[in-house]
Structures are given as C-alpha cells and as structure tokens.
Write a protein that binds this ligand. Sequence first.
Ligand code: F6R
Length: 365
Amino acid sequence: DRGRYRHYMLKEIHEQPRAITDTLEGRLLDDHVLEAAFGPKAHDIFSQLARIQIVACGTSYHAGMVAKHWMETLAGLPCDVEVASEFRYRSHVVTPGTLFVTISQSGETADTLAALREAKNLGYAATLAICNAPESSLVRESDLTLMTRAGPEIGVASTKAFTTQLVALLLLTVATGRYHRLDKAGETAVVEALRRLPRSLEAALALEADIERLAEQFVDKNHTLFLGRGPQYPVAKEGALKLKEISYIHAEAYPAGELKHGPLALVDTEMPVVAVAPKDDLVEKLKSNLQEVRARGGVLYVFADAGVNLKSGDGYEVLRVPEVAEVIAPIVYTVPLQLLSYHVAVLKGTDVDQPRNLAKSVTVE
Ligand code: F6R
C-alpha cells in the first residue's frame, strides 16, 4: 500500500530512517556491535580473517564499493569488490582466510548466486550474505547471514535496500575490524554515528522541497555527470544509476580526479554536473575539480555541508546537507540523490516504479 505517497519509490525513500532503525535493532549493545548477529559461527570465522571479497550486482555492488573504503580505512582489512557477472567467469587466486561476501536485496539474482556457488568450489574460508529476503537461495546457501530489515521493496529502483545494506556493511566492518586495526574508541565512534543516523536521514529528507525545484533544471537535459571522491565516488555512481534507470537521462559518474583524463571534453552548458561534497580530507581537491568544470561552462549542483566553503551563484548551486560524522556521510548523501532522480522522473512523466526494460529481481543471466 502506497499510503499517502504517489509512488512506492517515494514511500520507500521516506521509510529509510525506520528501515535503518529496524536493521540496527538487537545488533548493538551500548557502544558495541554484537558479533552473534551474524550467526553462531561468526566468532570463529571473523577472528581468523585476513581478507574480504565482496560480490554483487547493480546498486548492491555500489554498496560493496563503499564498504571497501570502510574495510581498508577503519578495519584495516584488505577488501576487493567485483560485479558478480564478471567474478563468475574468470580465474581467481584465493588467499587463505578470505571471507566471501555477497550483497543482494532479493537474494535470487542469478549472477550473484552463481558467484556464491563458484566461491564454494574455489576454497574461500567462509561465505556471508547481506540480504533483504530471509527465505532466499542466497541466505540458505551462505555460512553467515546478516539480514537488512528494509521490508518489502516494491519500486524497481532500489532505495531503502541500499542504505540498509550500507548499515549492515558498517556493522560487518566493526565486527571484523576489531580483530585488526579498529580499536575500542573507533568502534564507539561508529556505533554513535549509527545511532544518530535515522535522525540524520530525516534531516536529509527535509531537503525535498529544494530538490524538487532543482529537478526542473534536469528535465530537458540529455546528459548529466555525477562526481565524488573516495567513498563518495560510489555514492555518485549510485546517483547516476538512479537517474538513468527511472528518468532515462544519460548519467555517468566519475571519480572527480579522472575528469581531466577525458570526460571534461563533454562538459558544456547543456550537461549539468552533480557533485557530492561533504567536508573531508578530499573536499579541497574536489573543489578544484569543480572549478575545472565551471571554466568549461558546466553548471554545478553541489551537495555539501556547512563546513564546505562554497556559495551559490555564478554557475554553482549549493544545497546544504546536514553535517554528519564522516563515516556515515555516504549513507546520508545518498538520500538527496535518490530524491533528485525521483523528482526528475516525475516531471518527465515516466513510470517511476516500473521503468521500461527492467525487472525487480534478475533471476536469469
Ligand atoms: C537498481 C537496482 C538493481 C539491483 C540489482 C541487484 O536500482 O535495483 O541494480 O540492485 O539488480 O539486485 P539484488 O540486490 O536483488 O541482487
């Protein structure tokens, strides 16, 4: 039931604070992530790990890309991420103590499932599924599971499944990282940020009226570019995927530092450029990339917090996202990009919940 919402996608975007609260329920104790949340064998497996291999498709793959940053900066665990359709059809060098992690909303995606089955033959130390469907094949066939509790996702474009996957992956980062680089203070900081996350998302959802106005600048465009750096690069990729799948506007995401290696040639007044720019170690670098865009006449739409010294005017439109702990910024900055693609699609009059040529669950190759 869509309730008061015009589309399931909009309802599901607004359900994210609750979906995240549900996903955290029973998995934290004070300032501690409960290892047993991953299953009875979690302790034996996590305490022996040396490496993580993540495999997924589409939006779920983008969640894995964010997790790689968390694993390598917070946990100190080497982490690789690959799309399932590539992983399943190549040779692998498997190093001892590698945990094979799949991420999937449906748990029935053909390529992800085939990759899991292949991983078992390849001799990975153990398998873990992060999934939203408790009865799914992926869950049944994995050693460990962590369910996202997003509830049914009806809109074909994944929204609340993605942000709850990120929450689950942050829990995994902590649960594995404490055997490596993550100390007690680090764990406490992550848990505090997670507990504040539902409220941070409420604040991000409050940008909707501004974003609805912004959407008007995109309806008549044929191409758009999304930029981010570090863990915000996968957020930019997810923003571009959402826009292309429901509004049919061509959208590409680039790590901002790659601009001058090619895509800058495309930039003109007809190609809006969206950037995700929380205040972090990379923001000054990102700002100089934005100036390169501006110098070619590109019009910039920048999502940034109050700590970033950028002003609207002269080809820049700056939207203020609430200031949040750096670790959860990828989750918070996802929300305005979801709202942007939704409102552009509504203005274009597309079938938001059932985009052409796409299926909710891709059970064939
Ligand atoms: C995009 C989208 C798809 C899915 C992908 C994987 O909005 O929904 O890219 O993320 O098909 O699906 P799951 O997560 O069910 O394995």
